[in-house]
Ligand binder design. Structure first.
Ligand SMILES: C[S@@+](CC[C@H](N)C(=O)[O-])C[C@H]1O[C@@H](n2cnc3c(N)ncnc32)[C@H](O)[C@@H]1O
Length: 349
């Protein structure tokens, strides 16, 4: 299975807050589909694109399942990532709703949802390994996460007992000079960016901020990694919260820049580029920025994540305005992975 992302490693609730456009068209990168589904669940007309057909098969599974499974089953399949009854429920209820190519894909892969969808494939595996290692060298870690009375106690314990053991000079050297990060960064350009500059030190600072700002046992990414337990219902992917309306979500296997360039000019209310620019060279980023600027309607919003903040801003060069709210977004992006989380606006005419 070449699904690299079984769940978004981007804070889908930020996408929802910043890009929600009920009744209007929004274009996003599909990846694991969580931002696309969250936006569609709140009434946006969503187009999600990806060059990886297996990621699109995953989003098709989530979309079909959302139409027939109850909230508890959706939570087991996609938040816990484990449900022994998944294959039989799939064959009976979900498969009939899938297009043929996605059905053929899941006929061969639905067993993955039986016992560890997030931990046995793609970037979920190395994150799970990181968590097991952290619990080995910090034996009180799960107890700290599950019983911390408040973020300030949690933060003080994290700084004293966990961070120094987990993120010492050796870890930074390994992140920079070895291929330690390669399983987490499946694209070569992205990996090179993470290994240069001070990304690993910034990561520790950002995790420190996350630990100080909220309880990790309410956290959809770091509770599963560090405590080995899934987020509770209501704390996971936003589209799993329930109360969804009908989902208007179109999936396309196409390059992101090509998809944006082929939209009618000024037609999109909003778009999220995920961190696709991290996967591109400078020319590719310029083409992507120009295509995005052309596709957005006046006042339209564009969300872009980057693992490393670039020295020069291709999206501003393409004529977009960086919204001042961007200054707060890195701290609010709870995955802690990104040095830059920027919201741009297309100028009004
Ligand atoms: C850039 S990756 C990052 C994933 C993200 N950080 C996450 O964990 O949710 C997201 C998706 O972008 C897709 N992708 C990468 N470059 C693309 C491109 N030029 N056009 C369309 N999709 C692309 C990949 O196949 C992947 O599924």
């Amino acid at each position: 299975m070449t699904i690299l992302f079984t769940r978004a490693w981007e804070d889908d609730r930020l996408d929802l807050e910043l890009l929600s456009s009920p009744g209007q068209e929004v274009l996003v990168v599909a990846a694991a589909g969580d931002a696309a589904l969250a936006l569609a669940a709140c009434g946006s007309r969503v187009v999600a694109v990806d060059t990886n057909p297996d990621q699109l098969a995953l989003v098709r599974l989530k979309l079909a399942a959302a139409g027939v499974l109850d909230d508890a089953s959706l939570y087991r399949w996609f938040e816990v990532g484990a449900d022994p009854s998944a294959p039989s429920v799939y064959r009976q209820l979900v498969r009939p709703l899938l297009p043929e190519d996605a059905a053929v894909f899941w006929d061969g892969h639905i067993e993955a949802v039986v016992g560890g969808f997030h931990t046995h494939s793609g970037v979920g595996r190395p994150f799970a390994r990181l968590g097991r290692f952290a619990r080995l060298i910090c034996p009180g870690l799960t107890k700290l996460i599950e019983t911390a009375p408040d973020p300030s106690f949690q933060s003080a314990s994290w700084r004293k007992h966990v961070a120094p053991r987990l993120f010492g000079p050796l870890t930074h050297a390994a992140m920079r000079h070895t291929r330690l990060l390669a399983p987490l960064a499946p694209n070569r350009a992205e990996l090179d960016r993470m290994r240069t500059g001070g990304w690993s030190h910034g990561l520790v600072d950002r995790i420190d901020g996350v630990v100080a700002n909220g309880l990790i046992r309410r956290h959809p990414w770091w509770r599963p990694v560090f405590a080995g337990r899934p987020a509770d219902p209501g704390d996971g992917a936003a589209w799993l919260d329930g109360g969804r309306g009908p989902l208007d979500l179109t999936l396309m296997q196409v390059d992101l820049a090509a998809a944006l360039a082929s939209r009618p000019r000024a037609s999109l209310a909003a778009a999220s580029l995920s961190n696709v620019p991290d996967w591109l060279d400078a020319r590719g980023i310029d083409l992507l920025a120009a295509a995005a600027a052309g596709a957005l309607q006046p006042g339209g919003r564009l969300l872009v994540r980057r693992v490393v903040r670039p020295e020069s801003d291709a999206f501003v060069r393409a004529g977009l305005i960086r919204d001042p709210v961007s200054d707060s977004l890195v701290a609010r992006e709870r995955t802690a992975l990104y040095e830059a989380v920027d919201l741009y606006r297309k100028p009004e005419n």
